[in-house]
Design a protein around this ligand. Structure first.
Ligand code: SAM
Length: 238
């Protein structure tokens, strides 16, 4: 692992440059996970999204699911079809956001789902959500911590955030073993599972990091998934 100040000789990319990087905008990455079964959100989350949606509807009478970096949006479409079949889609709002417009067409009976093409760098939420997912999306973001903080702040009181996150890809000056990040997450009672590299947050949080974002390295190589990913570089604020 390169150590500080290795970055001094590196070309760190701005958000705009990163959006055009071949590591981020390519057709080789897996954008087609299903809701459940093989190659699915269920495998990543260890739960069926439909079940979670249903539990919120049972409890609160409604549910809002935001899927950041949703890829083709298959999981959202399949979950929305399930809600439509159960005749409860009027109690649900499903939103998928991705940088690339490769969304599958939304089938006729579905009215509870919409997709937005958007670069998520600097994203400011304008709503609150019961479920926020980001399945293998943060690997390609520049300022991963800012997106994480924005997402956590926009959860409803009993809302849940679930995302794949590799702390090894967040490089902080003088924090080679990511102790600082682990400490901040722990202080905010955000659960990070080092083995599965999943992050979970229940209920809203105002996450603050004493860090300046420096830029992204799209030449970091493959991460634990075996796919090339992006490292995000930060410096401690003194
Ligand atoms: C590995 S794919 C996962 C897609 C989907 N979650 C799935 O599991 O099928 C990662 C997705 O992140 C999207 N992405 C990468 N950088 C992004 C950004 N800055 N803003 C929005 N989406 C981004 C990519 O376009 C891609 O669709």
């Amino acid at each position: 692992m390169p150590v500080w100040p290795y970055f001094v000789n590196m070309k760190l990319l701005s958000d705009k440059e990163l959006n055009w990087s071949d590591i981020v905008a390519n057709n080789r990455m897996n954008r087609s996970r299903n809701a459940s079964g093989v190659n699915s959100y269920e495998q990543e989350l260890k739960l069926r999204p439909e079940k979670l949606l249903h539990a919120f509807i049972e409890r609160n009478g409604k549910v809002k699911w935001l899927d950041l970096c949703c890829g083709e949006g298959r999981a959202l479409i399949q979950a929305a079809e399930w809600l439509a079949e159960k005749k409860i889609q009027d109690q649900a709002q499903l939103i998928g956001i991705d940088l690339v417009d490769q969304f599958h067409p939304v089938p006729e009976p579905v009215s509870c789902l919409r997709f937005e093409v958007m670069a998520l760098a600097g994203w400011m939420p304008s709503d609150r959500y019961d479920i926020i997912t980001c399945i293998h999306g943060l690997h390609y973001l520049g300022d991963k911590l800012s997106l994480l903080a924005a997402a956590c702040s926009s959860l409803t009181e009993d809302g849940v955030l679930m995302a794949n996150l590799d702390l090894n890809s967040i490089r902080v000056e003088k924090d080679v073993k990511a102790q600082y990040l682990r400490k901040v997450l722990k202080e905010h009672q955000i659960d990070y599972k080092a083995r599965s590299k999943m992050i979970f947050c229940k209920g809203p949080r105002q996450l603050t990091f004493q860090l300046d974002y420096l830029g992204a390295d799209d030449r970091a190589g493959a991460n634990y998934t075996g796919q090339p990913a992006v490292d995000s570089w930060y410096r401690m604020i003194k």
